[in-house]
Design a protein around this ligand. Structure first.
Ligand code: TYM
Length: 338
């Protein structure tokens, strides 16, 4: 089993990232059997696909390392690195650009969302971003990729690219690339904004009140949950009663994902109650889970030397693992490396 996943080091790690992806990274790392390997990386090359501030990207990269370690990523057991220090990611992307089809990329909803009405003004990197994401996982022959629901389409594309490359350039009994399986948490695939139950919780939302950041202290969490948008109805006693109530559903989903309790059980306790009772209970379980992460993050975040060393060590291991697949890709394409 080879687990590979990434996160963009732009902005803070938020509850959606944590419940949708990072918590599964930690679980998969902790359950990994002998012979398996987890690779987790900061997708800093992806971050330049949108307008960005270089100083913030540099600082955000180190902060994200601290945040991931605070969440439980163990850099002795897992390989933790940033793409920039492993040039094979960018090299493989170029090689796969020959296989990816314009029509496939044209269908990517994230490109449509992020470019909005200004497609002509979007960067080429934003358009070809999913090919880099395919390279990220194919480079390591990933078998499982733990992500939130919003990344599913990109992983399907990675599978299509792998399949076409194997068909076009490899013998039938010797495919080069493993087809990666997305692993999406059943309960917390999509955590929504606290201000709008129809939009996903996102670091690019201008309103900080729309998300819980993992670095928020207890008072901030309480304030954000108290101000979270809801409707005037009390909570229902049955799950079906959450239909058409996206904000209520989101808060119950978060409670369920954090505590591991089923939605049914939560509604049997809170059904008939207003949000005046449910919100403080939700804030309490959030603080309980996030306070130790927050404390560890604060301890680590300014230790520049240690954070640099973690990345350097991870990158050295990743470069080694990446090398055979990259060489085989050049060979399969008839490119002479000397
Ligand atoms: P990114 O940085 O936007 O998010 C990191 C992870 O968090 C998940 N996530 C969510 N899950 C549930 N609810 C939400 N509101 C929510 N918001 C974010 C994402 O699904 C993701 O798993 N393109 C990727 C990074 C990437 C990558 C890869 C991932 C680059 N290469 C290779 C996997 C494999 C991204 O921008 O994720």
């Amino acid at each position: 089993m080879r687990v590979v996943s990434g996160i963009q080091p732009t902005g803070n790690l938020h509850l959606g990232n944590y419940l949708g992806a990072i918590r599964n990274w930690v679980r998969m790392q902790d359950d990994m059997q002998d012979g398996g390997q987890c690779l987790f990386f900061l997708a800093d090359l992806h971050a330049i696909s949108m307008p960005h501030d270089p100083a913030q990207l540099r600082a955000g990269t180190l902060e994200m390392v601290a945040a991931l370690v605070a969440c439980g990523i163990d850099y002795d057991r897992s390989i933790l690195f940033n793409q920039t220090q492993v040039p094979a990611h960018a090299e493989l992307q170029w090689l796969l650009n020959g296989t990816a089809r314009m029509g496939w990329l044209n269908r990517m909803t994230q490109f449509k969302d992020k470019s909005g009405k200004n497609r002509e003004g979007a960067s080429v990197a934003l358009f070809s971003y999913p090919v880099l994401q395919a390279a990220d996982v194919l480079l390591y022959q990933a078998t499982h990729v733990p992500v939130g629901d919003d990344q599913k389409q990109h992983l399907e594309l990675a599978r299509d690219i792998a399949q076409k490359f194997n068909n076009d350039f490899c013998a039938e009994d010797a495919p080069l690339f493993t087809l990666p399986e997305p692993y999406i948490p059943p309960q917390a695939a999509r955590i929504m904004s606290l201000r709008d139950g129809s939009a996903k919780m996102s670091k690019s939302d201008v309103s900080e009140m729309s998300r819980i950041d993992l670095v928020d202290d207890a008072d901030t969490i309480l304030k954000k949950i108290k101000k979270a948008k809801t409707d005037p109805e009390p909570l229902p006693s049955e799950e079906a009663g959450l239909d058409g109530r996206p904000e209520a559903l989101n808060l119950v989903t978060i409670y369920s994902a954090i505590t591991g309790q089923s939605v049914e059980k939560i509604l049997s306790e809170f059904g008939g109650e207003g949000f005046g009772k449910f919100k403080p209970a939700l804030a309490e379980v959030l603080v309980e889970t996030l306070a130790p992460i927050n404390a560890r993050f604060l301890e680590l975040k300014d230790d520049r030397e240690s954070l640099d060393a973690i990345l350097a060590r991870g990158a050295a291991k990743a470069r080694e693992l990446a090398s055979p697949t990259l060489s085989a890709t050049y060979d399969a394409l008839g490119l002479v490396r000397g």
